[in-house]
Design a binder for this molecule. Structure first.
Ligand code: KIV
Length: 264
């Protein structure tokens, strides 16, 4: 497989080929995703929850994003590497947003993802004018969790669906190369997907999006306490890990590890 670029992602929409995306936060998993042939690796600010143990993504800092983007970039040679801009790294001013996006690119990202619609459209224009590709993120945007009052499906009323359709157009006009749609009813996601020339990447947004993304730890079954309907577990790594670690403990305690085969 050759290197995935922004152009490849846009072409996939016109060829009606599904786009595959997953998050990663470290070198080891990013090299697995890359070898498996994933199109996009997102260094998501979900790392605040699944790696750092916070209850929301709000405490994630630029320092966190830089460290993890650098690590993921070491394992991703073919996939397109997108890094999330963390809370307060782009909301305070356009110049801060441009500087922080540039820093993520200097540390291995090939594009950045920002949450929001109308409120970020001007910044998206400036970023793309600077040569920084931008992925949008609409619907349930976790950095606004307190404004939403919880992790809820968005766009359920006619008015809120209309706003989503308008904001998606604004992001496309501003220069986004794709938009993540999170927790949006599947019929609205289909309407959004048909209304745009750029691809939509869904998470909890149904089958009609141009691509799909999941948080890797949900996909691999490492987050047992998080069970929303859309987060299908493709493996149960928590169970496998528990078994392996328990066996290790038992073998050390019974002096059967290390045996001769594992000793010098
Ligand atoms: O941070 C993240 O993992 C994300 C995905 C859920 C799209 O933004």
């Amino acid at each position: 497989m050759s290197k995935i670029t922004i152009k490849t992602i846009l072409e996939k929409k016109s060829k009606n080929e599904k786009i595959t995306a997953l998050t990663a936060y470290d070198y080891s998993f990013s090299s697995i995703l890359d070898e498996a042939g994933i199109d996009i690796i997102l260094v998501g600010d979900s790392l605040g929850m699944v790696v750092l143990g916070h209850s929301t993504t709000l405490p994630v800092t630029m320092e966190d994003m830089i460290r993890h983007t650098r690590a993921v970039s070491k394992g991703a040679s073919k996939a397109l590497l997108v890094a999330d801009m963390p809370f307060l790294s782009y909301q305070t001013s356009e110049s801060e947003g441009i500087k922080n996006a540039g820093i993520l690119l200097q540390n291995g990202a090939e594009a950045v993802k920002l949450e929001g619609g109308r409120s970020i459209a001007q910044l998206v224009k400036k970023l793309t004018a600077c040569g920084i590709p931008v992925m949008g993120h609409l619907g349930l945007t976790p950095q606004s969790i307190h404004a939403f009052g919880g992790y809820k499906v968005q766009g359920k009323t006619e008015k809120s669906a209309e706003i989503l359709l308008e904001e998606a157009q604004l992001l496309q006009e501003a220069g986004c190369f794709s938009i993540v749609l999170e927790c949006v009813p599947k019929n609205l996601a289909e309407q959004l997907t048909k209304s745009l020339d750029i691809p939509t990447i869904g998470i909890g947004a149904g089958i009609k999006c141009d691509g799909q993304i999941l948080v890797l730890y949900d996909c691999l079954g490492l987050t047992p306490e998080f069970n929303p309907r859309f987060a299908k577990k493709f493996a149960d790594l928590r169970e496998i890990s528990l078994k392996a670690v328990s066996q290790y403990i038992q073998e050390v305690k019974s002096s059967s590890f290390p045996d001769d085969a594992h000793s010098f």
